[in-house]
Each structure stands twice: as C-alpha cells, then as structure tokens.
Design a protein around this ligand. Structure first.
Ligand SMILES: *[C@@H]1O[C@H](CO)[C@@H](O)[C@H](O)[C@H]1NC(C)=O
Ligand SMILES: *[C@@H]1O[C@H](CO)[C@@H](O)[C@H](O)[C@H]1NC(C)=O
Length: 373
C-alpha cells in the first residue's frame, strides 16, 4: 500500500498569491510527498518540490557576451537562476546520497538517481569558449536529457562528474531548504526534520533543472529517505508522520484521504485541515517474506584475480523479469586504474559474443594518458 499525497499551491501560507505573474513569465509552485511501505517493513518517503518559470527558455551560449535580461524571480531560486544563465546550462542534475540503495528489497526508487555520494551532470550548449574539464566525462547514453534541448547552431553536450566518497550530512539540508520558497516553515517541508532524516537507513537529496519546451524552466528539489518503523519484538510495522519524522504538518485537520484508490490514498493539502499526522496501522503482525527481487534488473560487479597488477573486473547484468529491458552500463574509474579493453569478453546468456567497442578505446597506457592531458 502506498500513500500518495499531492498538494498544489500549499505555499499560500507564505505568500498571499501562489502563482506570480510578471510581464514575461509567471511562476508556479507544486509539492508532493509519496510514502511507500516496502516488503521488508521499511518505509520509503519521497519529497518533491517543483517550481516552474513559465515560458522561460535556456540561454543560448552564443549570446553569453551580450547583456542578459536581469532576472526577477519570486519563487525560482535566484542563486540557481544566475548560475544557469551565466553558464548557459539547459539541464542540470545534482544528487547527494548516503548509503546503498537496496534494489532487491526496495525495488526501483521513486527518484531514480540514488548513486552513493555526489553526482553532477549537466547538458549545456557548446558555446564559443568551450572549456573541457578532464575530470568530467560525457556519457550521452547513460544521461539522456530528461527535458528538451533547444535547437541551437551548436549542439549540446553532457558533462558528468561523481564523487562516491562524498558524505551527506545535516549541513547539506540547510542550503537545500533555502532554495524552497517557504524554507521548512510550511507544507510538507515541515516534515524535513534533519535529526530523523539523517538517522534513516538511507537518505538522499537532489536538484533537477529541466527545460520543458511547452511549459518553461522547471526546478525540482527532491529528498528521499528510508525509515525503519519495525518493532521486531511485537512484529509491528505501524508508522505515522509523528513516528517517522517526529513532526506533523501543523498547517490542516481531518486526515481523511481526499480519495482512496485501489492501493493508495491521496491527500490534497490545500483541502486539509491541520495539523496532519497521517498514520498506517496493520491488523496482522509483520512477517519477513522472502521472495524474488523487487527490481527485475540487477547489476553485480566483482574484482577478480590474485594480484593488484593483473586484476579482472567482472560485471554481470541480470534481467530476472519477463520483459526485455534496454540498459546502458556506465563505469567510472579513477585515472590511476588502466583498463586493457582489448581483453574484454562479452557473454550473453552464457554464449560468447564478439565485443565491439564504440568508440574505440584510445587510452591504453599511462604514457598516452599523460600526453592526452
Ligand atoms: C542570440 O544569438 C542568436 C544567434 O547568434 C541570435 O539570432 C539571437 O538574436 C540572439 N538573441 C539575443 C537575445 O541576443
Ligand atoms: C500521530 O499518529 C499516531 C498514530 O495514530 C499517534 O500514535 C501519535 O500520537 C500521533 N502524534 C501526533 C503528534 O499527533
């Protein structure tokens, strides 16, 4: 059972008007919290805060030398807007996650970007002054644009960088909350209690900017966490906002679902009386159920070989589901690790396939890597 709860324009608490209009474009804000009980008794929460700058378009890098219109945002975060325009960024994704997402038990996450540590990727127009930072790569297949890319004279390129060892801590939440029009003062953001969230089994946050050609520029802030409400002694897995977040939404009243569908309840915060403390109680005791993986596609990576100088990396990608899945696999290694790609062996269902490499590997030795940089 999943609770899905959508609230539009909840920020009336902060602002007398929810959608702001200016001469050229208006801004709207929308927030949503999804709470999902998982097979192993844990509870996944996903917060999504979305601001749309209606009618806005990305900045053409060809025009970077000409004066840009001054930006007047009411809901859209100003600091972010300035960075996007200064560097002509069309699409940007930044995620900070702590811990390893357990696909087998939890299935696919509601927000797909759950890689450990920090990860940044952006689609930018290739302007006149292209500076390529060699610490970033350009994996176009793995990071396809989620929004639209304007049809400019020069094509767009993706830049990707990751820092898996980057730790996420409570300090990261403050700048995140500052980007929200009401900070943590109203609406579902009231539940973003750092002491509880950073204590969760898994947590992560994201910033996503996309251009929706028919709508405008959208910035979406996300926060996900996995809480453990299990009390093994009593076999109970009941939870409430108060027990997971140690807070309620002290701004609505009757926690009656606005609508109850087959397997999920939907609450519209704009129609609710406060405070809201949604809870879920099971009549039957919780028993750990073993079973097939919740996510049909799984990836296992093993380092083989007896010594450090002649190691072998084995990657097995398994699709346990009945449907064909199109997948792209991206591997990022520190520059000190050299792969001899001519020893690549590819097997599909145990059968040897000819491995064709595209693009052909260029960097074989440290020497050529040095001359490349
Ligand atoms: C941006 O650059 C393009 C191509 O050089 C040009 O056609 C367009 O008028 C410019 N727009 C602005 C706002 O300067
Ligand atoms: C929230 O709901 C739970 C379950 O009904 C209850 O035990 C708890 O006391 C409530 N907390 C608040 C602050 O309303």
């Amino acid at each position: 059972m999943a609770l899905h709860w959508k609230s539009c324009f909840i920020l009336s608490l902060c602002f007398p008007l929810l959608a702001f209009s200016r001469s050229s474009s208006s801004e709207t804000f929308d927030e949503e919290l999804t709470v999902r009980a998982m097979r192993d008794g844990k509870v996944a929460s996903r917060f999504s805060f979305s601001t749309l700058l209606e009618g806005a378009t990305p900045r053409n890098p060809q025009n970077l030398s000409t004066e840009d219109d001054s930006q007047h945002y009411t809901l859209f975060p100003l600091t972010l807007g300035q960075i996007l325009r200064e560097y002509a960024v069309t699409e940007l994704h930044l995620t900070l996650n702590a811990g390893k997402w357990d696909y087998e038990r939890w299935g696919y996450p509601d927000e797909p970007d759950v890689g450990t540590g920090a990860e940044l990727w952006a689609w930018m127009g290739e302007g006149g002054s292209t500076t390529v930072d060699l610490r970033t790569t350009s994996p176009v297949l793995a990071f396809a644009p989620q929004g639209g890319l304007p049809d400019w004279e020069h094509p767009h390129a993706v830049r990707h960088a990751s820092l898996p060892s980057e730790h996420v801590c409570t300090e990261n939440l403050t700048p995140f909350l500052k980007l929200l029009p009401c900070k943590a003062r109203a609406g579902i953001a009231r539940l973003l209690n750092p002491h509880r969230l950073f204590d969760a089994d898994w947590h992560g946050m994201g910033l996503h900017v996309v251009w929706l050609p028919d709508a405008g520029m959208q910035v979406r802030l996300t926060f996900q966490s996995v809480a453990d409400p299990l009390r093994p002694a009593s076999h109970r897995r009941d939870w409430s906002f108060a027990s997971i977040f140690d807070r309620t939404i002290d701004t609505t009243l009757s926690p009656q679902p606005a609508s109850l569908e087959a397997d999920h309840a939907v609450f519209d915060l704009a129609q609710q009386d406060l405070p809201l403390n949604v809870s879920m109680r099971w009549d039957v005791p919780f028993l750990h159920a073993a079973g097939a993986s919740e996510a049909p596609l799984s990836v296992r990576r093993t380092l083989l070989g007896p010594t450090q100088d002649y190691g072998m990396l084995a990657v097995s990608i398994l699709n346990a589901g009945p449907a064909t899945v199109r997948a792209a696999y991206l591997e990022t290694m520190p520059w000190i690790v050299t792969f001899y790609l001519h020893t690549l062996v590819l097997r599909v269902d145990g059968e040897l396939r000819r491995a064709s490499l595209f693009p052909p590997p260029l960097l074989y030795s440290l020497h050529s890597l040095r001359s490349y940089t």
